[in-house]
Structure formats: C-alpha cells, structure tokens
Ligand binder design. Structure first.
Ligand code: GDP
Ligand code: MN
Length: 387
C-alpha cells in the first residue's frame, strides 16, 4: 500500500526523524493559511499524488509571498500532473503539502528495503540525491552505498557509521544522522514497510539534516496488524477496478492488453499471462480468484473483467482442486445470466468434478469455446482477438 508524502512525514515526525514544518491543504485558502502560519517565506508547495518525479512534472514549486502561494496553489490543485512515474494519463492533484522552504547545501539519497536474495534489510545511500536513483544505479553504480542489516540482530552503530562514511558526512552532521537512521530502521520494521525512501535527504546551509521528501510503502500483508495505517489508504489514487476487486478479496491487477483472464492460483495466473503473450496476444489483467472461490466470487470476477472496456475476449483457466470445476461452471453461468457476457469466452478446465462442470456449461446454452489444454486455449483466444 502506498501512502502520501504528507502522511509519511507525519510518521517520520512521530518517529523523531527530522522533516520540514508544514501541513497538508485541500484548498487554496487552506494553503494560504498554512503558509501564513509557517511564519516566513519562501514556502514550498508540493502536489500530493502517489507517484514520484513531481518536481520534473511541475508539481513542486517555491512561493515567496501570500499572493504567490495563492497563485501557485490554485495552479497545482486540480492540475493534471504527468510525471515519469504516472504514465501519460497523469493524475489529478487533490491536495498539496505546504512546507517551510529550506536553504539546501547538499542533496543525498537514503532508502531502506528488504533484499530477498540475501534475506536481509538493505540500507541504500548515495551522495547523488535528488536525482532519479534508477539512473544513478544504471550509470554510476559506484555512487551507491549498500549496507545489509541482519533482521535478527537489527541495526548497529557500525552500520550507521558505514552509511555516514559513504555519504561523506561531516562529524557535526553525522552526529544527527546516526539516531535518525536508527529511528528510520525501527520505523521500517515496526510498521511493516516494504520501502522507505528519502530523496532528497538534505543537509541545510545551517548543517541540519532533514528529510525533504518521504516515500513509504506498507506491505499490504502486514496491514491486519497495522490497523491505524489502514486508514491512510487513499483509494482515489488507486485503479478503480482494483479497488472494487479488493472489496471482494479478489487478487486483481489491471493491465493494458485486451485478453481478460480468470484463473485460480497466482502461479497458474502468471503462467496463463505468459502463454497468452506467447500466442501473440496481451493480457488485460491478472486475476487469481483463489483456491476457495465460490460462485459469487467468480461472478464478481467476471463483472470486474468486463468493466474494463479494452477486454475483447476472456480466457478462463481453472485447475479444479479446492475450487471444484462444477462450482466454477455455476459461477460462470450465473455471471453470464446476470451481467450478459458480450465477448467470446474460452474455457480450459481440468481437475475435481470436471465432468460435472462440463455438463453444466454444455447445458447452459452459453456460447463458450472449450479448449483441451493450455496451449489450445491460448491459441484459440489469440485467434479471436486478432480477428
Ligand atoms: P519529487 O520530484 O516527486 O521526488 O519531489 P521532491 O520532494 O523530491 O522535490 C523535488 C525537488 O524540489 C527537490 O529535489 C528539491 O530540489 C526541490 N525542493 C523541495 N523542497 C525544497 C525546499 O524546501 N527548498 C529548496 N530550495 N528546494 C526544494
Ligand atoms: Mn523526491
């Protein structure tokens, strides 16, 4: 789960990680009031969307007076912000963060993330902050310091010294950095984060270290024990179909192709997308209806797939195990009757109660194409969408 910069900074503030003074504003008036309350200009006005690269897209601006705040905030609020991370469709800005403007001496990069390969937590840091870190990693990997922390022993002073050395911090700045990094690490672990990233982490002209930007991703699998974080979710920023699917506990991800697909099991769903690609077509979604799906979930899955206007045909690929083929078949028939399936459907199913499942589908009078195996299914669906 992604959260906004202003929310991440609130978590930082509570964890004693220094951030600029500031507040979120939902209107131009609120932005002006917050700016006045900050007590001095310039202030920075920052679009709050779930994507980075806002600076490049014109979503981060300095303002030097109340009048300037009014103009800048009315420009940014409701703007259609396109950044390298939003895709060409961009995002509508519904709130801005108004912050004190700082005088920056150095821009650094700092992040913490799990490293699956080594089963450790990695701290990444770079003196090349404020830039796109993927570019830095690709063009000058030597500029990135990586320090691995064993999650069982946790962060130790030597980890902090190694990162501070890599960032070439002066003793005065390093003294502030050590507790900050410890706090950031503990925040990462205690809040079940999958990423915390500060880009840039700045050293101000007064030699203070401050998180100028803040990005936190929470591992959704940990949300059940992070109840107070769940309320930070902003469904406005998510794909509407994915939000709808999550209400029904369906693992659905919207993609750009035109072959809708419904599969049970994440592995089989990945394999299905692969064979669709291999047959020369493009999947419109990932959907794992899960092992314990019932007819109602299958129906909801159908509705969500069909709500995507790009979908030209649907491939159902079910291996009946815990989800029996007859239950799936009933769900398909039910969905067809209620939603009126308007696109061709290819079904490949095998496993528990497959005979009964086939009987239900045959007796339904629906126009379904049956496939004998995975390859046959992929070829048939590709032929349909290419017509
Ligand atoms: P992003 O582009 O979405 O990553 O947004 P950032 O929060 O990183 O802001 C982009 C850039 O705006 C930063 O790299 C800074 O150069 C600049 N910026 C943000 N806040 C301030 C500030 O208080 N003072 C100054 N001088 N620049 C700032
Ligand atoms: Mn940034």
């Amino acid at each position: 789960m992604k959260i906004h910069e202003y929310q991440a900074k609130e978590l930082f503030r509570n964890a004693n990680i220094p951030v600029p003074a500031g507040e979120v504003a939902f209107s131009v008036d609120e932005a002006c009031t917050t700016a006045e309350n900050l007590g001095s200009y310039p202030v920075v006005i920052k679009a709050q969307i779930h994507a980075g690269g806002r600076g490049k897209g014109g979503g981060v601006k300095l303002a030097n007076s109340r009048e300037d705040v009014k103009n800048t905030a009315s420009h940014i609020l409701n703007m259609h912000l396109v950044t390298p991370q939003t895709g060409p469709e961009g995002k509508i800005v519904k709130k801005v963060l108004v912050e004190e403007g700082l005088k920056i001496a150095r821009e650094l990069y700092l992040s913490i993330l799990p490293d699956r390969a080594t089963a450790t937590i990695v701290i990444m840091a770079s003196q090349a902050g404020g830039m796109d870190i993927e570019t830095v990693a690709a063009q000058s990997p030597e500029k990135i310091v990586r320090v691995s922390v064993n999650p069982l022993t946790g962060i130790q002073p030597y980890h902090c010294r190694e990162v501070a050395f890599g960032l070439d911090l002066s003793p005065e700045v390093a003294k502030q950095f050590y507790p900050m990094l410890g706090n950031l690490y503990r925040l990462f672990v205690s809040r079940d984060c999958s990423l915390v990233e500060i880009n840039p982490l700045v050293v101000t002209e007064k030699n203070a270290i401050v998180a100028l930007d803040a990005k936190i991703d929470i591992d959704s699998n940990g949300l059940y024990r992070q109840k107070n974080l769940e309320e930070l979710r902003d469904t406005d920023e998510e794909d509407p179909l994915e939000v709808e699917a999550s209400r029904f506990n369906l693992n659905y991800i919207n993609l750009s192709g035109n072959v809708g697909n419904m599969v049970n099991g994440a592995g089989l769903a990945m394999a299905t997308m692969d064979i669709i690609k291999k047959a020369g077509a493009d999947p419109a979604n990932f959907l794992d209806v899960g092992g314990g799906a019932n007819a109602e979930m299958v129906e909801n899955g159908f509705r969500i797939i069909l709500a995507d206007k790009n979908v030209k045909a649907i491939l159902i690929n079910i291996f009946g195990g815990i989800l029996r083929c007859d239950v799936l078949a009933e769900g398909v028939v039910q969905a067809a009757q209620k939603t009126g399936i308007t696109v061709p459907v290819v079904i490949r199913m095998e496993g528990t109660n497959v005979e009964e499942g086939r009987r239900i589908l045959a007796a339904s009078g629906l126009n379904l194409v049956t496939a004998v195996d995975l390859k046959d299914a992929a070829d048939k669906i590709a032929a349909i969408v290419k017509r």
